[in-house]
Ligand binder design. Structure first.
Ligand SMILES: Nc1nc2c(ncn2[C@@H]2O[C@H](COP(=O)(O)OP(=O)(O)OP(=O)(O)O)[C@@H](O)[C@H]2O)c(=O)[nH]1
Length: 496
C-alpha cells in the first residue's frame, strides 16, 4: 500500500514538475521571440530611412551605427541576395563606398515583414559567434537584406531573467542544434552542437518529456518548446539524479509520516482502549449491585456508550427494586406482606434463640369489616385499611414490624417483648384502633380483635406462632361477640 501511495504521489509530483517546466520553457520561447521582434522593429524602422532611399549610404551607415548602439546589437549589415556585404557598421564607410557603387538603383523605402533568424555562426568580420536577424528590403528587382548581428550574451540574459530551479540545465538551441545560450557553463558549451539523436528527440517530442543526456554527460529528462519565428528550441533538462532524490525524499517522508501517524494512532487507540477498559471495570460494581437492596449509585463516564450501559443498569436496578418491593409489600397499605413478614419473623426468632431473648406476635383482625364495605363502599373500606395500617405503624417501635396478611387481617412482631408486654401493647393498640376514623367526609367507627402469642414460650416455629396468635384473635373476637353490648375488645383482651 505504501509503495502504491509513494508511486502515485511521485507520479503526480513528477507530472506537476514537468508541466511547470514546460510552462517556463514556453515563456522563455516567448521572451526569445519578443527579443527577435524588438530587433526586427528596429531594422524595419531603419529600412525606412530617407538616406538609403536616396542612395546616401554614408548617412545611412551613421544611422545604422546609432541604431546598433541603441539596440545593443553587434552590428548592422546591408547585403545583397548573394550574401555580399554592401555595408557593415563594423567596417569604415570608405571601403564600403566601392561596393555601394554597385547598387544600380536606389533601395526602396520600407523593409519586408518576414524576418529571418540565422543559426549561430562565426562572424567573418567580428570574429565571434553571432546570430543574424534579417529583414528583406528591395532595390528595384533585386532583393537586399538588412541584418542585425546579435551575440549569444543577449540570449544568456534572457535565460538569467527566467525562474529556473538551480539544478535545471536550460539551453537555447538554434535550428541546427547548436547551443546559443546555456544556464550552466555557457562559455564552455556555446556554439557546440548537441548530438543528432538528442536533437531528433527534441524535434520529435515537442509535447512530451524525453530522456536524454546533456552535452556534458548528465542523464536527464527534458521538456522542450520551439519558436515558430526562429525554428529554435528551448530545452529544460531535469537531472535524473534530482528526480531520484525527490523520489527518495518522498519515500522517506512517507515512511516517517506513516510511522508518526501509526505511533499517534497507537497512542490514541491505547488511550481509548484504557478509557474503555476503565469504564468496563467501573461498570462491574454497579452491574453486581443491580440485584442488591438499593438502586445503583449515580456515575458519569468519559465514554458515551458506558453512560448508556450505566443508564440501562440503573433502569434495571430501579425496576428490580420496584419489583422486589412489590413482591414483599402490600400494594394498598405499603405494609410488609405475608412473605416479608414470615421472613422477618424467622430471622428474629433465630436471633432470639441465639440471644435467649423473646418476641411476641399480635394478630389483628378488624371487626365487621365487611359491613364497612357494604355500608360505605369498597373505596372507603380501602381507606379504612390504610388508616388502620398507619395507626399500627404509629404505635410500633422502629425495631418492630407490621404486616397486612390479607383482607382485614394484620400481624405485628414485637421485638424483645414477652407475653405480658405484648398484651399491654395489644390493649394500647386496640384502644387506638377504636378511635373514630374520618374517611371521605364521614366519621366511621371501627374496632379490631387482637390475638397474642409469644416466643419462645409455648411454640418453636413461626407458623405455630402465627397459628397461636390467630387462634387467640378468634378467641378474643368470639368473646367480644358474646359481650357485644357490654364488653370492648380491650376488655376481651384483659380477660384473655
Ligand atoms: N375494601 C376492601 N375490602 C376487602 C379487601 N380485602 C378483603 N376485603 C373484604 O373484607 C371483608 C372481610 O370480611 P370477613 O373477614 O369475612 O368478616 P368481617 O366482616 O370482618 O367480620 P369479622 O371478621 O367476623 O369481624 C370481606 O368482605 C372482603 O371482601 C380490600 O383490600 N379492600
Amino acid at each position: 500500500m505504501a509503495v502504491i501511495l509513494i508511486s502515485y504521489d511521485y507520479y503526480l509530483a513528477r507530472k506537476e514538475l514537468f508541466s511547470s517546466a514546460k510552462m517556463i520553457a514556453n515563456a522563455t520561447v516567448m521572451e526569445l521571440d519578443k527579443e527577435f521582434s524588438v530587433v526586427q522593429s528596429a531594422l524595419m524602422t531603419l529600412s525606412t530611412s530617407p538616406s538609403i532611399s536616396h542612395g546616401d549610404l554614408e548617412a545611412f551607415q551613421v544611422q545604422a551605427i546609432q541604431v546598433a548602439a541603441q539596440q545593443d546589437v553587434l552590428n548592422i549589415v546591408l547585403e545583397d541576395s548573394t550574401g555580399r556585404q554592401i555595408l557593415n557598421t563594423l567596417k569604415p564607410f570608405l571601403r564600403e563606398r566601392y561596393l555601394a557603387r554597385e547598387i544600380t538603383s536606389p533601395i526602396s523605402l520600407g523593409g519586408g515583414k518576414e524576418m529571418q533568424v540565422s543559426d549561430l555562426f562565426q562572424g567573418p568580420i567580428a570574429r565571434q559567434l553571432v546570430v543574424a536577424v534579417s529583414i528583406p528590403v528591395s532595390a528595384g528587382k533585386n532583393p537586399y537584406f538588412l541584418s542585425a548581428g546579435v551575440t549569444p550574451k543577449r540570449f544568456e540574459q534572457i535565460l538569467s531573467l527566467q525562474k529556473f530551479k538551480l539544478n535545471w540545465i536550460v539551453a537555447i538551441l538554434d535550428s541546427s542544434g547548436a547551443i546559443v545560450a546555456r544556464s550552466h557553463d555557457m562559455s564552455r558549451f556555446v556554439g557546440k552542437k548537441v548530438p543528432p539523436n538528442t536533437l531528433a528527440a527534441i524535434r520529435n517530442s515537442p509535447e512530451e518529456a524525453v530522456e536524454l543526456t546533456s552535452i556534458d554527460g548528465v542523464p536527464m529528462v527534458a521538456v522542450t518548446a520551439s519558436s515558430g519565428k526562429s525554428g529554435w528550441f528551448v530545452a529544460i533538462g531535469i537531472p535524473q539524479e534530482y528526480l531520484r532524490s525527490e523520489l527518495n525524499r518522498k519515500f522517506w517522508f512517507l515512511i516517517f509520516s506513516s510511522t508518526v501517524l501509526m505511533g499517534v494512532g497507537l497512542i490514541f487507540s491505547l488511550h481509548i482502549g484504557n478509557n474503555i477498559s476503565q469504564a468496563i471495570r467501573e461498570l462491574v460494581t454497579p452491574a453486581l449491585e443491580i440485584g442488591g437492596e438499593k438502586v445503583i449509585p449515580h456515575k458519569v463516564f468519559s465514554i458515551q456508550e458506558a453512560n448508556e450501559v450505566w443508564q440501562a443498569l440503573f433502569n434495571t436496578s430501579k425496576m428490580l427494586q420496584s419489583a422486589r418491593y412489590q413482591a414483599r409489600h402490600d400494594s394498598l397499605t405499603g405494609l410488609a406482606n405475608r412473605a416479608l413478614f414470615c421472613e422477618f419473623l424467622e430471622q428474629q426468632m433465630e436471633i432470639c434463640t441465639r440471644n435467649q431473648s423473646s418476641l411476641s406476635l399480635l394478630y389483628v383482625d378488624i371487626d365487621n369489616f365487611k359491613k364497612v364495605n357494604d355500608t360505605h363502599g369498597h373505596a372507603t373500606g380501602d381507606e379504612l385499611l390504610i388508616a388502620v395500617s398507619n395507626r399500627l405503624k404509629s404505635v410500633l417501635r422502629k425495631s418492630d414490624i407490621a404486616a397486612r396478611l390479607g383482607g382485614d387481617e394484620f400481624a405485628i412482631v414485637l421485638i424483645d417483648a414477652d407475653n405480658e408486654n405484648a398484651k399491654l401493647v395489644a390493649i394500647k393498640l386496640s384502644a387506638n384502633l377504636e378511635d373514630s376514623y374520618y374517611l371521605g367526609n364521614q366519621l366511621i367507627s371501627a374496632s379490631a380483635s387482637i390475638g397474642v402469642s409469644s416466643f419462645p414460650s409455648g411454640c418453636t416455629d413461626s407458623q405455630t406462632l402465627l397459628l397461636y396468635a390467630d387462634e387467640d384473635m378468634y378467641r378474643v373476637k368470639s368473646s367480644r361477640r358474646e359481650n357485644t353490648e357490654t364488653s370492648t375488645s380491650i376488655d376481651a383482651l384483659k380477660i384473655n
